[in-house]
Ligand binder design. Structure first.
Ligand code: UCC
Ligand code: FAD
Length: 580
């Protein structure tokens, strides 16, 4: 016997089997639902070809940069070599390339150019949907930049913020600015009204100096920021609570010695995820600021920013889940799974579903590919339905936003937008964590290994339900907007959901699904009517469950509506018979 080349694992040989890695392909071409949604609502060739080109760029260029951002996280340099305080946040070259790319591709600009009228927001958000999982979290500064532009636009573009507005919404990389959103202080991020201690001291030239401590500030390499503070009167007194909060705009700039003007970066946060992006604690020590809102109207004025960033958050959640491609048959199957498993905890997959699905075509266990194990396919299908539902719900909110911004929204649209914004944010945030976690498991042990890049997806997903309003805070926001509209937002909800279901009337194959969602809708209505007669505090306890039910029922109706748009021809094709 001789040690020959026939013997595996001897000497330097490490075996002959190496698992194929999952491959990321053009996420636009890979995504049948995205393309289907667009051909239904925005079939403009210009938009589709831009998205297709961008998808190619994401797969072949940008995804690599995203990974680089993860491997080369930001760091804080407090002092220069001679001991001078500089507070320089050093970011990776890839992070900087993301900024240029974002401007060139119009990732914020599209929302303000409005080239596609009421569908411009849908177009913009589809682009962000493709970008998000590969963006190295650059979608975070973009969300805040979009939100800041929206606030400035809605308050009125005065000369003090004219340049900022044009830089926040430009396509020129050399002029492009990003914005921060500094709301959270040590005492509280949910209860901003009690938590804000920052004061604004009026200056003789009409500007203000801000003094305070901002406990969480993300993408702190921003050029400008919006923030809240309490204006001091001549005696130094301020008004407590929400009525004392005013919205300010400030630029982050340096003096001739390279020192930040009016800001000290205390430290960078040591975070579970989102490590690609700097999140800092900031001492505001005389930061020069311009008052944007009327005094005491800070929360109401920043609400527009919250609407935009919460929608961006939902896009990122759906995108983290998605990136996959299936036939319409699977969509129908998904609806049924969704309805049959109404009580099963929800999860979402985006990037992770696409990768897991690809992996299932490469990995063999027990003599066949994973895709040929029915239980594994069922797991993928359940992730898929969550993802599809999430996508349709987010897109619907973008549709409503686009209608409002282009002046064609009905009262019903406006009410729906107000209600669904917190609903979609809170629900997709939770889905993302569950689906991404399931997605990691689809890779077995490899899903737990850092160098695959997969664990980072789960860490990053966890933040989606925390920042921009936690699940409970947004559930309470739902109750509040219902109460303040005297029930009009719920009326809009029930009317529109019913009309979505009506589109399936006559599609016999969808009848069980329609009946199921219709029943859920009636139960929801009964619950709400019954709750009005219960003791105070009852609805508060039910707030989260109510918000989840609103989300699931609406999603079911959207899935049905979309299935009968294309599903009819698909079923005809598959069964060779007339369905409608
Ligand atoms: O976390 C942050 C940034 C993270 C990074 C960005 C990521 C973006 C996504 C990226 C994806 C990868 S920034 C911090 C975010 N912080 C929050 O979201 C705060 C959470 N807390 C709340 O939302 C609370 O509900 C508060 C702060 C809004 C509650 O404040 P108040 O003062 O108690 O609220 P009131 O009294 O209910 O409302 C005051 C006014 C009212 O208007 P008026 O006075 O005209 O009646 C409300 O109708 O504000 C109005 N308002 C709203 N309007 C309050 N909330 C809303 C709303 N959601 N929409 C419209
Ligand atoms: P708390 O408000 O103390 O909440 C703690 C818990 O209590 C939560 O579960 C909450 O749901 C619950 N709770 C609170 N009130 C109620 C209630 N009335 N009923 C029921 N439950 C309740 N903030 C910024 O301003 N700018 C940023 O750029 C920014 N970036 C961030 C980046 C990261 C990575 C993270 C993790 C956070 C960031 N934040 C930022 C802060 C974020 O917005 C807050 O953490 C969030 O709003 C929650 O506030 P809090 O941490 O004070 O929690």
């Amino acid at each position: 016997w001789e040690a020959t080349a026939q013997v595996p694992f001897s000497g330097a040989r490490i075996g002959s089997f190496f698992q194929d890695r999952p491959v990321l392909k053009n996420p636009f071409l890979e995504d049948a639902l995205l393309r289907g949604y667009l051909s239904r609502h925005l079939p403009e060739r210009e938009a589709l070809s831009d998205l297709c080109k961008f998808g190619e760029r994401v797969a072949n260029e940008v995804d690599e940069w995203g990974r680089e951002c993860e491997l080369n996280p930001p760091r804080l340099v407090h002092f220069d070599s001679w001991g001078g305080r500089v507070d320089h946040i050093v970011t990776s070259p890839a992070w900087k390339r993301m900024k240029d790319l974002s401007a060139q591709e119009g990732l914020v600009a599209i929302g303000y150019e409005r080239s596609f009228g009421e569908w411009s927001r849908v177009y913009q958000m589809c682009k962000l949907f493709l970008f998000s999982p590969s963006s190295g979290l650059y979608t975070c500064p973009l969300a805040m930049t979009d939100g800041a532009a929206k606030v400035i636009q809605s308050i009125g573009i005065s000369s003090a913020v004219e340049e900022a507005y044009s830089r926040l919404t430009t396509r020129q990389p050399e002029s492009f600015w990003t914005s921060g959103q500094w709301m959270t202080e040590r005492r509280g991020g949910s209860d901003v009204a009690s938590g804000t201690e920052t004061v604004a001291v009026p200056q003789t030239d009409g500007s203000y100096k801000l003094h305070g401590f901002k406990w969480f500030t993300s993408a702190t390499d921003a050029d400008v920021t919006l923030t809240l503070a309490r204006v001091q009167d001549r005696r130094g007194a301020t008004t407590p609570g929400s009525k004392g909060l005013t919205l300010f705009y400030a630029e982050v700039s340096r003096d001739e010695d390279g020192r930040l003007k009016g800001i000290e970066v205390q430290r960078l946060k040591d975070k579970l995820g989102t490590r690609q992006m700097p999140t800092a604690e900031l001492l505001l020590d005389g930061l020069q600021a311009h008052r944007l809102s009327e005094e005491g109207r800070g929360v109401a004025s920043i609400a527009n920013m919250l609407t935009i960033t919460r929608i961006h958050n939902s896009i990122s959640a759906a995108a983290a889940m998605r990136r996959h491609d299936r036939t319409q048959l699977v969509l129908l199957h998904s609806i049924l799974c969704f309805l049959l498993n109404y009580a099963v905890p929800m999860g979402c997959v985006g990037r992770v579903v696409q990768l897991a699905r690809d992996y299932a075509t490469r990995r063999t266990a027990f003599g066949k590919l994973l895709k040929d194990h029915t239980l594994h396919t069922q797991t993928l299908a359940r992730m898929e339905v969550e993802t599809r539902g999430a996508f349709l719900m987010v897109m619907d909110v973008c549709r409503l936003l686009g209608r409002e911004e282009s002046g064609v929204a009905s009262q019903l649209d406006t009410n729906l937008l107000r209600l669904l914004t917190p609903v979609v944010k809170l629900y997709t945030g939770k889905q993302a964590v569950a689906v991404v976690s399931e997605g990691l498991e689809c890779f077995g042990g490899q899903g737990y290994m850092e160098d695959t890049g997969l664990p980072g997806l789960l860490r990053d997903a966890q933040v989606l339900s925390i920042w921009e309003g936690t699940t409970n805070i947004l559930s309470l926001d739902v109750l509040r907007c219902v109460a303040r509209s005297s029930g009009m937002v719920l009326h809009a909800y029930f009317t529109h959901t019913k009309s979505l279901l009506a589109s399936a009337s006559g599609v016999s194959s969808l009848a069980p699904a329609v009946n199921s969602v219709d029943r859920a809708l009636s139960e929801l209505k009964d619950f709400i009517q019954g709750a009005a007669t219960k003791a105070p505090g009852y609805l508060e306890l039910a707030a989260r469950d109510l918000a989840y039910s609103l989300a699931r029922t609406y999603t079911g109706a959207l899935l049905i509506d979309h299935a009968c748009w294309k599903g009819a021809s698909c079923i005809r094709h598959l069964h060779g018979s007339q369905v409608v």
